[in-house]
Design a binder for this molecule. Structure first.
Ligand SMILES: [Zn+2]
Length: 375
């Protein structure tokens, strides 16, 4: 909670283009870089905050989701329902981003060596799809899901990597027009974690990993949408040699409801068909909601095209600040096949002045009555 707006963090406007965003981030990254601010926790926090903002705003898909849903769209952590970390990046994510920002070679040259930073290897992310009903979406739901993931096999032992002597980095010095540049890159032998495998049990792969099934409990907040992706930190594939786990990405898939359709403002819509006679005489009838039926009363003389609004019977927003309504659209069914007598009946009706359309603005009072029923 209380997370700063990403645009504000970078000090750019909402319609800043990719170039401006990159420039703003570059400035902050240099200002707050840990090598320039050793031991300064505040600078480190600012550095991380800027990196996270840049990560989101520079990735079109993430930016789109952030623009639409705010921070809730990034982590799925709505209204305090547990299960999802608030995103966040570790230092290694941040440094791996720099190749892009500072044009390759990491921080070696520009920042006096950049320290012999041993890379913490992160396991890869897993992605699963979860099918939800509209009821799950409205109420939020806890799911237990079996996931096959890579874990370090029992009995694996490591020794210090001989190629990099455990530093995780190989360093190269080259002469450039600006003078000597020192560049370092992750050790190709140990992928940068400084350790290589000593012993491993049979069945483990070259990294000492095996596949294992694990049950993960996922708490899905109310209001999620089809196609949305939630991140469960640390529940992805493990990494060898004491690295950190990857994340589990949960893609939401919502089944169509037989009667109700959700719109972009979290309202639900239902088309109610009534007969001509019911419209004339009035009717008490039932309307489906995601969690059971609700009775509504239509007055005598209900017009086709009337909309009833059932307050807060829609979908909660994923941020949890508003719940949509259920809009019932009244359609009067006009009979198409009539018996001779019926036809005669309507021909008689038509002679009456009562059957001449006289649209008035009575909708308001009707609306208020319906509202009263449900408040
Ligand atoms: Zn190595």
């Amino acid at each position: 909670m209380g997370k700063r707006d990403y645009y504000e963090t970078l000090g750019v406007s909402k319609n800043a283009d990719a170039k401006e965003i990159k420039k703003a981030y570059r400035k902050l990254a240099i200002k707050f870089h840990p090598d320039k601010n050793p031991g300064n926790k505040q600078a480190e926090d600012k550095f991380k905050e800027a990196a996270e903002a840049y990560d989101v705003l520079s990735t079109p898909e993430k930016k789109k989701r952030y623009d639409q849903f705010g921070h809730a769209g990034m982590s799925g952590a709505a209204g305090g329902r547990g299960g999802f970390s608030g995103g966040g990046m570790n230092m290694d994510d941040i440094f791996s981003q720099f190749g892009d920002i500072f044009g390759g070679g990491g921080f070696g040259g520009g920042f006096g060596g950049g320290g012999q930073r041993r890379r913490v290897v992160k396991g890869s992310n897993l992605r699963i799809r979860i099918n939800l009903t509209l009821k799950d979406v409205v109420e939020g739901v806890d799911k237990k899901i079996k996931v096959r993931k890579l874990v370090v096999a029992d009995g694996v032992t490591y020794i210090t990597c001989g190629t990099c002597n455990g530093s995780g980095q190989v360093t190269r010095i080259s002469n450039t027009i600006l003078g000597q540049m020192q560049t370092s890159s992750p050790c190709p032998n140990c992928s940068g974690n400084g350790k290589s495998i000593d012993k491993k049990p049979s069945g483990a792969d070259h990294n000492g990993m095996i596949q294992k099934e694990e049950t993960v409990e996922i708490s899905i907040p109310a209001g999620v949408e089809d196609g949305m992706q939630l991140k469960v930190s640390g529940k992805g594939n493990a990494a060898p040699a004491g690295g950190i786990n990857g994340d589990l990405l949960v893609v939401i898939s919502v089944e169509n409801h037989p009667d109700l359709v959700r719109d972009s403002s979290n309202n639900l819509h239902f088309d109610k068909y009534i007969s001509f006679a019911e419209a004339v005489l009035g009717i008490t009838t039932e309307i489906p909601t995601v969690n059971g039926k609700v009775k509504i009363k239509l007055e005598a003389g209900t017009q086709s095209g009337k909309t009833l609004r059932l307050k807060r019977k829609g979908v909660p927003s994923v941020e949890g600040y508003r719940t949509g309504d259920l809009l019932v659209h009244i359609n009067v069914w006009t009979p198409q096949d009539l018996s001779k007598e019926e036809k005669q009946f309507f021909e008689n009706c038509n002679k009456s002045d009562n059957f001449t359309p006289k649209p008035t603005n009575k909708d308001k009072s009707f609306f208020d009555k319906v509202k009263e029923m449900f408040e």
